[in-house]
Design a protein around this ligand. Sequence first.
Ligand code: GUN
Length: 293
Amino acid sequence: MTAKTIDGKAAAAELRKRVAKQVSELRANYDVQPGLAAILVGDDPASQVYIRNKERQTEEVGMASVGRRLPAETSEGALLSIIEELNHDPTVHGILVQLPLPKQIKSEAVISAISAEKDVDGFHPMNVAALSNGKDGLVPCTPMGCAMLLKDQIGDLTGKEALIIGRSNIVGKPMAQLLLAENCTVTIAHSRTRDLDQKCRNADIVVAAVGIPKLVKGDWIKPGATLIDVGINRVSKNDGTTSYRLVGDIDYEEAVQAAGAITPVPGGVGPMTIACLLQNTLAACKRQTILRD
Ligand code: GUN
């Protein structure tokens, strides 16, 4: 059997279309335009690409994009002042600080300083608590996108054995909370996990988010399983040049032979992350304006 390829690009385009329609209704009916502020400190090339894509797609769905580029030597205090200003700006409904930050800035302090209701990344301790307590809040974008793809693919996830490989605050931990809320039986594996291959063979769902190229092998896959690959790893093409290609944490060529469905890298989870960020910005805007009591 050859697995179905899950088209994250198409799913993200659909989601952006739905968001754009709601943005246009919000503007027409309430004269409110959602605004997203994206802050980049330093000039990391990968972060520059992410931020540019976020800003472009923000504008494409009819939202206002506020970009702030700060030099790498920016102090924590200076960044906190900018966040404070944006927290009080009524035209800004979502604030995002691109990670990682330069060494002199503590990301925890920065994340906690963002108003929880504008925290469209879902990293603020209040949003983390809301997710773990099953309350309304803003949910981290990458795991939200993964959960959407899984539900599109499988439907009801109740009773499924889900293996999450990776325990980061950005993906692994919130992914576990989302799948628990969908009634999956969840296992979180990480670098110290023993017998990872056995755990994988038992899983109906695998979400791989560890950043190890092609870690998950084809003979680890339960036949028919649904595989979500969050990894984006640069590996050399080994063709004597400096060029590279992107591979995931799952060995796609092997796994595609056994799985029921699998996300490709690139073109799987990646596009869903920004689409979910736009969805969060829309939700945050509604809560701060038309749903405010
Ligand atoms: N860096 C890598 N992923 C993310 C993300 O989802 N949000 C932010 N703010 N920075 C990141």
